[in-house]
Design a protein around this ligand. Sequence first.
Ligand SMILES: Nc1nc2c(c(=O)[nH]1)N[C@H]1C(S)=C(S)[C@@H](COP(=O)(O)OP(=O)(O)OC[C@H]3O[C@@H](n4cnc5c(N)ncnc54)[C@H](O)[C@@H]3O)O[C@H]1N2
Ligand code: MOO
Ligand SMILES: [Mg+2]
Length: 414
Amino acid sequence: MMEQRKPISVAEAIDRVIQHAQLLGEETVNLFESYGRILAQPIIAVHDVPHFDRSPYDGFAIRSVDSVGATGDKRIEFSVVDHIGAGIVSNKILTQNEAVRIMTGAPLPSGADAIVMFEQTIESSDSFTIRKPFDALENVSLQGEDVKEGEEIIEVGSLIHPGTVALLATFGYDKVQVAKQPIVGILSTGTELLDVSEPLAPGKIRNSNGPMIAAQLARMGISCKMFGLSADNLEASLEMVKSAAKETDCLITTGGVSVGDFDFLPAIYERLGAEVLFNKVAMRPGSVTTVAVANGRYLFGLSGNPSACFTGFELFVRPALLKMMGADKIYLPQTTAVLAEDFTKANPFSRFIRAVYDGATIRPAGFNKSNAVSSIARGNALIVLPGGSRGFTVGDKVDVLLLGVEEGTVKWLL
Ligand SMILES: Nc1nc2c(c(=O)[nH]1)N[C@H]1C(S)=C(S)[C@@H](COP(=O)(O)OP(=O)(O)OC[C@H]3O[C@@H](n4cnc5c(N)ncnc54)[C@H](O)[C@@H]3O)O[C@H]1N2
Ligand code: MOO
Ligand SMILES: [Mg+2]
């Protein structure tokens, strides 16, 4: 008789998965290769930024005391004693009514404490006049105004994005300590599967899950080992899973996890002596998603149905891999949006609907069954409807999970 599987909630399933994440350790990479990695050391300011007082404008550096009393009728004149651009240090010490012609980014000369913009002067050959007094430190970019030495600016576990790279460069990190990345394998099971380049044949379909998961990993900056295809044969699949698992921290299989006569993953987990964390989740699609652990390695048994496979990756594989790298934000970004289309179907389980989100409203991305591939391609987000609900209509506020931000919008919205 067929085993009865007991569904657990999505939250419980995610919890069980991430509890088994083992940290992978650290490595050093070049700054130029650090984008997208997880920071393994905090960024602590090793000096003030900027580390000297500087001019934020093109103009003249003056002593503010010399500008006292300046008006439109009683302009005060300064004589220009030096001329510097960014990167040059003036060796002049300003005395009464002297000024240095100074460009944006250049250090304030000794004695100077204010900057007059070109636009605030009337210039002659070696002098200029001003029509208003300047306060001490007026128009000065002060040492440490951006960052103070010793400040912790970015925490361990942060994703390195272009701004992080700029900060690392500022402090002279040409090498960066980052978390090691997991070695992830992908094995697509199914006698019906053809390689992408093969011509269609009766009853056969091309393997779309394997390349899709490789791209989902690539979106996280993680590469993978492709173990190809495995026909539905218990002994052969068992050998492939065994040898692939040996080479990986995390092996993702697709297909063969349900209750069919040729669904061999449950038997494979048993033969491996793997601990099955769950084999039924109260969600659609992806209810048969199975996660097991053997010898400290993850075995993700994602459903063969493309939409279920996609969703299983985003909900379970993604946070597990991020946790292995010590990342601090392991879950998909969430928001709420207004439904732009009725969704009246009942939701006995939590439902994840591939959807198109435009920054305000959201609508299902077309044909939305578990076996759909077109809606994964059209969608950029997932609508999340709670189990036990039904009858959502236009205008209802719904929960949304965002899936990557590679793509922009068609229109400028502000
Ligand atoms: N009696 C029951 N039947 C089914 C149940 C159930 O509870 N009782 N669950 C259904 C649900 S829900 C899903 S989802 C599927 C899951 O099936 P498997 O994970 O075992 O996957 P397969 O049977 O191998 O394939 C399902 C489907 O997906 C296609 N497929 C498989 N691999 C790929 C691939 N790499 N690329 C593209 N498409 C793939 C495959 O041809 C099948 O059409 O089971 C239901 N049945
Ligand atoms: O696991 Mo199935 O995707 O619930 O449709
Ligand atoms: Mg099956």
